[in-house]
Ligand binder design. Structure first.
Ligand code: SAH
Ligand code: SF4
Ligand code: F3S
Length: 441
């Protein structure tokens, strides 16, 4: 029988990769992916609980499936990912139309759970964390595919326990995948024509640290760069406290490494950085930025910043604004602090009025917008290499790719360019993309 699954994914790259794995596991029991819940036999949400807003969004989306289930009681509804991990069985108890809850370590059990629900055996939840050895056998390996760019998971979980963050609580302890396996996967993808790889993990810089026989992250990057066919390498996310000189040197030496780094700072004030348990000072962060600029003069930075952490004073916030001006990020993702269950910061007293928090947030966004625009304006007229990833949603005959700085460029092109690097002149800027024209291919 032809069964259909509809899957919605929220959150970070980890969830994007997990969702690909969910689809391939479900294909083994006869499910094919469709793009509307209305026509599906199974609907799934892969969820994120990193901020209150992300979590509420999930509950909103889940509610949309209820009327469908009222009409078609045989519809199977499941929730996975970080909200599922956090809430567990409680979700089943509170949501009568929900059949399956599966946690971040239990994706491999999903097919079995779906088959049981199909057989009317009940409703199920699996949210136990697995031990390290079992997890190491479960890393997704997708050494096939015809895309131009892929994420490759190199580690899972996080041990940093930044005091605001739910990730260590919902993803478990940090483990690194073996470099032999990672390199095999990348070789397989390169053989299929893939050109760009993004190595992903919550804190890629600490890759291999727990295992002295393993490569360091910098050595892993160099090994990936040695693979024929791979033209571009990116990685995310980097933690400033684990940014080694060896890694910084990669930006000077490796032609394939893109000139962009996402280096979350979270805040520009030392007392708040300490309360966040980030493990670096403002000064150390600024030194890193300088070293990276020295190794790679045109490198561009992006960052994450939390506004309104408990106890943040006006002076603390001004330190953040000042740091943003000093670093000159090309892009910043800014978030209003929200307390997360089980985290240390959730126990800290919040004294800021919501309107003060919001006003600071707006000031930061405005400053960052001005800085981002100077980068974009500066790009106009430049001729830049862009790896063409595919057809763009902007309309017929439009294609897209990214600059080394990770900005999306749309341009009039043709299918034969997909997978090739073309030289594009940047002609116009938009908030999330640029418009280019071909100079040479
Ligand atoms: N591992 C990555 C990203 C983690 S989550 C890192 O260490 O940078 C992505 C971003 O969400 C974080 O960088 C942080 O800026 C934000 N974030 C996490 N918890 C938050 C909270 N409780 N409130 C507001 N923003 C939060
Ligand atoms: Fe969260 Fe900190 Fe780990 Fe990033 S490094 S996932 S912010 S605990
Ligand atoms: Fe969200 Fe989970 Fe990623 S909480 S940010 S989807 S690890």
């Amino acid at each position: 029988m032809d069964k259909k699954v509809y899957l919605e994914t929220f959150g970070c790259q980890m969830n994007v990769v997990d969702s690909e794995r969910i689809i391939s596991l479900l294909a083994q029991i006869g499910y094919r992916q469709v793009d509307s819940a209305e026509e599906a036999d199974l609907v799934l949400l892969n969820t994120c609980s990193v901020r209150d807003r992300a979590e509420r969004k999930v509950y909103g989306h889940l509610g949309r499936f209820k009327p469908i289930k009222d009409r078609r009681p045989e519809l199977i509804v499941g929730v996975g990912g970080c909200v599922a991990q956090q809430e567990g069985e409680k979700m089943l108890a509170e949501t009568p139309y929900l059949d399956i809850v599966f946690g971040t370590h239990n994706i491999h059990k999903l097919p079995e759970m779906v088959l049981k629900v199909e057989g009317r055996e009940g409703r199920f939840h699996e949210t136990d964390f697995l031990d390290k050895e079992t997890r190491l056998t479960l890393f997704p390996n997708r050494s096939e595919g015809d895309e131009v760019c892929r994420f490759v998971t190199i580690m899972q979980g996080c041990d940093n326990f930044c005091t605001y963050c739910v990730v260590p609580h919902v993803r478990g302890r940090e483990i690194s995948r073996s470099s032999a396996e990672i390199l095999d996967e990348v070789r397989g993808l390169a053989a299929d024509g893939m050109k760009e790889v993004t190595l992903i993990g919550q804190n890629v810089n600490s890759y291999g640290i727990q295992d002295e026989r393993e490569l360091s992250f910098a050595a892993l990057l160099r090994a990936v760069a040695d693979i024929d066919g791979i033209e571009r390498i990116r990685f995310t996310t980097s933690h400033p406290k684990d940014m080694s000189d060896e890694l910084i040197a990669c930006f000077a030496d490796l032609d394939k490494l893109c000139h962009h780094i996402h280096l979350p700072v979270q805040c520009g004030s030392d007392p708040i950085l300490t309360k966040m348990n980030r493990g670096y000072s403002r000064e150390e962060y600024l030194e890193l930025v300088e070293k990276l600029r020295k190794a790679c003069p045109d490198i561009r930075f992006s960052t994450d910043i939390i506004v309104g952490f408990p106890g943040e004073s006006e002076a603390d916030f001004e330190q953040t604004l000042d740091l943003v001006e000093q670093v000159r990020y090309a892009d910043a993702f800014t978030f209003l602090y929200s307390p997360r269950p089980g985290t240390a910061a959730a126990e800290m007293e919040e004294t800021l009025a919501p309107e003060v928090k919001q006003a600071r947030f707006d000031r930061l966004i405005e400053l960052q917008q001005q800085i981002s625009e100077t980068f974009w304006q500066d790009d106009v007229g430049k001729v830049l290499p862009v790896l063409v990833e595919g057809e763009s949603k902007k309309g017929e005959g439009q294609y897209f790719g990214r600059t080394t700085w990770n900005r999306i460029v749309n341009f009039p092109g043709s299918p034969k360019l997909v997978g090739r690097t073309v030289m594009l002149r940047i002609v116009k800027n938009f908030r999330n993309s640029q418009l280019g024209e071909i100079v040479s291919d």
